[in-house]
Design a protein around this ligand. Sequence first.
Ligand SMILES: [Zn+2]
Length: 260
Amino acid sequence: MKTFERDDLLFFRFEALPDNGGVGHAVFSRRGGVSRAPFDSLNMSLSVPDERDRVYANRRRVYGLYGRDTNSVVHAHLVHGADVARVTQADNGAWVEHVDGLITDQPGCVLSMNFADCAPIFLYDPVRHAIGLGHAGWKGTVVDLPGAMVRAMAAQFGSRPADLVAAIGPCIGPCCYEVGEAVIDGVRAAFAAPDELLRQNGRPRPHFDLPEANRRNLYNAGVVHIEHSEFCTACRTDLFFSHRAEKGRTGRFGTVFALL
Ligand SMILES: [Zn+2]
């Protein structure tokens, strides 16, 4: 990813995804907002006990980069599932219920989601001019939310998986993601070579490779162009919020994917 600074904001863009007159995207760090500890400072979410006015001020800064505010981007109530919603401009300002993937082919539609360890999934179809934004923690990963997004774009827009450009954003890495029985059982049931994703490396408990599992989900769905941010959110709490590393007392960083 490439690093950008504007005013106090620090954010990132993938090499593989465009940010031009037709499509825009960004992964925001936790820097450049007005929230106080432990939400310092660019917390985008009211699902944590931050002050409402500060969250709205943060959203104005982030969405303002795309000429929007919280009432003119599409949000999702994330539930760690594999449901995907097709949205349009009419959904700008709405909170789409019970989905972890949003897709659109309508210019003027701006997708947003917030994260703290789960993997952001970006999908771009340069042929059909369509985009998708998804949220995959371990539950979304073992139920293949990324594959569901690929199939939804194929069904709704005629996207060919081989045309899609995918990017996996900052998420907790195998360096930090020690997991218990529920995750281990889920990964063993979902993946062909689970031991490659449950890394032991001499440690007492396995550590789940969340980004690699989602790369495999995308690859198994036919996507070949896949970029990964390489940032571990738990290693880099200077840049990102991490639910695991900060023991739940933290905020959520924002992502935006816009079809212009
Ligand atoms: Zn780490």
